[in-house]
Design a protein around this ligand. Structure first.
Ligand code: INI
Length: 154
């Protein structure tokens, strides 16, 4: 039996992070979590490129451009979509979910989904470094693991 797994060695990896400014208090914490975790995996600070989009809706377009540039080993997508009183939440969350899922499936490199979709700001903050870990940090680990896993397959 052959079992393939990706290790958490991030040496020499080039990582792009697409992050949205909407709900910035939350997304800044996600970004910080991702950054710290990438460095713990030995990713060089100079090999991390961060681009800010206005909102989560813009993230699939931004991530697609990162993918097309062929300069990176993985893309991490970070955002926070928080339910409000209007259906806008559903439109934005559906658009970002399906856009990133498509890119992750069809692209050559791992695209990691670190976009929170929550009912309240509290739930978002809990997942951005308070009670329930930091989804940005989780996304960073997933990125390094998936790059190394894809390398083992190809
Ligand atoms: N963008 C977010 O990132 N999170 C949200 O919660 C959000 N809500 O709820 O409106 C949001 N809207 C902005 C959207 O992503 C676009 O930036 C905007 O519609 C311009 O295209």
């Amino acid at each position: 039996m052959k079992i393939l797994e990706g290790c958490l060695d991030g040496q020499n990896l080039k990582i792009a992070i697409a992050v949205s400014r909407f709900n910035e208090t939350v997304t800044k914490s996600l970004l910080e979590g991702a950054f710290v975790q990438l460095k713990r995996c030995a990713v060089n600070e100079n090999d991390i490129t961060v681009a800010w989009a206005p909102g989560a809706f813009e993230l699939p377009g931004l991530a697609t451009r990162f993918a097309k540039s062929e300069k990176f080993d993985a893309i991490i997508v970070l955002g926070a979509v928080i339910r409000g009183a209007t259906p806008h939440f559903d439109h934005v969350s559906n658009a970002v979910n399906s856009g990133i899922a498509h890119l992750a499936r069809e692209g050559k490199i791992p695209v990691i989904f670190g976009v929170l979709t929550t009912d309240t700001v509290e739930q978002a903050m809990d997942r951005a470094g308070l009670k329930c870990g930091n989804k940005g940090a989780d996304a960073a680990l997933a990125a390094v693991e998936m790059v190394n896993l894809y390398k083992r397959i190809s």
